[in-house]
Design a protein around this ligand. Structure first.
Ligand code: MEV
Length: 392
């Protein structure tokens, strides 16, 4: 009860507003990394929420490297967020097709005059409606309507879901077909963000090793998943700090990693002597208004730190941070290995797990560092042994 009470701090109102059955808060560290420059615009401070040791340290070190040796260029293609209305068992696929083709304009107008009226006034709203016809394994035919919505600076989940639910009965009544469900798609191929980091003056051997490491992730799914996990370490940390939906981001990015038929690395690195070029592309669907972004005080603070002026700029920052985080991981992996730096920073966690007092921690840390330097590996039992020794 005391732990829950302490976690609540000032009040429980925000948690109670956000979710149901809230009884406390679960804290994660909020860190700041140095700013980055994208398309010649400076984003002064990068807010990160992550619990994993060495992610922030690796990122900070390599942001400084990228700032002094590189340039970041980012772009976004498309502006749509996909919402779907699913008709699993079409009676007349041809009539359905013709109806969508003929009534497309009318459906767009209805959506923009009703659920999307405010969004439409701000320059967004529904701008296209398409469909896909998919044969089912049992011989039946499925129809899927795609509603494309520009949600401007909002992530847009609520508006797209409401719009699809609004359009669903209109389509059902007009073409006599029955829909089963309607929901947004987190696989948003209609708005892709691309980030390119060009680093100059990189040791040619290192550049080549990083390019080779990225090639492995282009060929082997087992490696690609871990490669991409490293990218998401950075992207998720900014996503979470800014109050965005990191599960949606994860789902979309991982699906995109398989868009060519097999799951591969989301980033590619190419070496040209001392120049190393990294690219990353994916559906980075995020917002700077709506959702939790403006009601969570830490998310608002994070957005102020970043000084992004649009959801597109936030997507650029997330992509760039993912790419630099990936560079940090590959750089460590192809040189010292990941464990050396990570375990050095993880020693404090081992001591905490072994219930070291703050005073013991200082002394024990030095002893554990020595063990790591001589053996090149360290474990929880080393922390226990060191403490035992100190206490005796
Ligand atoms: C660990 O959180 C992330 C890495 O495994 C990423 C990678 O292997 O590229 C180091």
């Amino acid at each position: 009860m005391q732990i829950l009470k302490n976690s609540i701090g000032d009040d429980l109102e925000l948690a109670d507003t956000l979710v149901e059955n809230a009884v406390g808060y679960f804290q994660l560290p909020f860190s700041i990394a140095p700013g980055i420059t994208i398309n010649s615009k400076k984003y002064p401070l990068i807010p990160l929420v992550i619990e994993e040791t060495s992610v922030v340290a690796g990122l900070c070190k390599n942001i400084l490297f990228a700032n002094s040796n590189g340039t970041i260029v980012a772009s976004q293609s498309g502006r749509g967020f996909i919402g779907q209305v699913h008709f699993p068992d079409l009676i007349h696929p041809e009539i359905f097709k013709n109806y969508i083709l003929n009534c497309r304009e009318n459906l767009i107008t209805q959506a923009n005059q009703n659920p999307c009226a405010n969004m439409f006034q701000r320059g967004g709203g529904v701008f296209d409606i398409t469909f896909r016809i998919i044969p089912r394994p049992d011989g039946k035919t499925m129809g899927i309507v795609h509603v494309l919505l520009d949600s401007k600076n909002a992530m847009g989940a609520n508006i797209i879901n409401q719009t699809c639910e609004y359009l669903r009965p209109l389509i059902e009544n007009a073409c006599g077909e029955k829909a089963l469900l309607s929901i947004l798609s987190n696989y948003n191929t209609e708005k892709l963000t691309k980030v390119e980091l060009t680093l100059e003056g990189v040791d040619a051997d290192l550049a080549n090793r990083i390019a080779e490491a990225s090639m492995i992730a282009q060929c082997d799914t087992y490696r690609a998943v871990t490669h991409n996990k490293g990218i998401m370490n950075g992207m998720d940390a900014v996503c979470l700090a800014t109050g965005n939906d990191w599960r949606a981001l994860e789902a979309g990015m991982h699906a995109f990693a398989a868009h060519n038929g097999s799951y591969i690395g989301l980033s590619k690195w190419t070496a040209y002597g001392q120049q190393l070029k990294g690219t990353l592309e994916g559906p980075i669907n995020v917002g700077i208004v709506g959702g939790v972004t403006n009601i969570h005080p830490m998310a608002s603070l994070a957005l102020r730190c970043l000084s992004v002026e649009s959801s597109t700029e936030l997507a650029y920052v997330m992509g760039a941070i993912g790419l630099i985080q990936n560079f940090a991981a590959l750089r460590a992996l192809v040189t010292d290995g990941i464990a050396k730096g990570h375990m050095r920073l993880h020693l404090k966690n081992l001591l905490k797990q072994a219930h070291a007092t703050p005073l013991e921690q200082k002394k024990a840390l030095k002893l554990l560092e020595k063990i790591l330097d001589t053996k090149h590996y360290v474990s929880a039992s080393d922390a226990h042994n060191v403490l035992k020794e100190l206490r005796s």
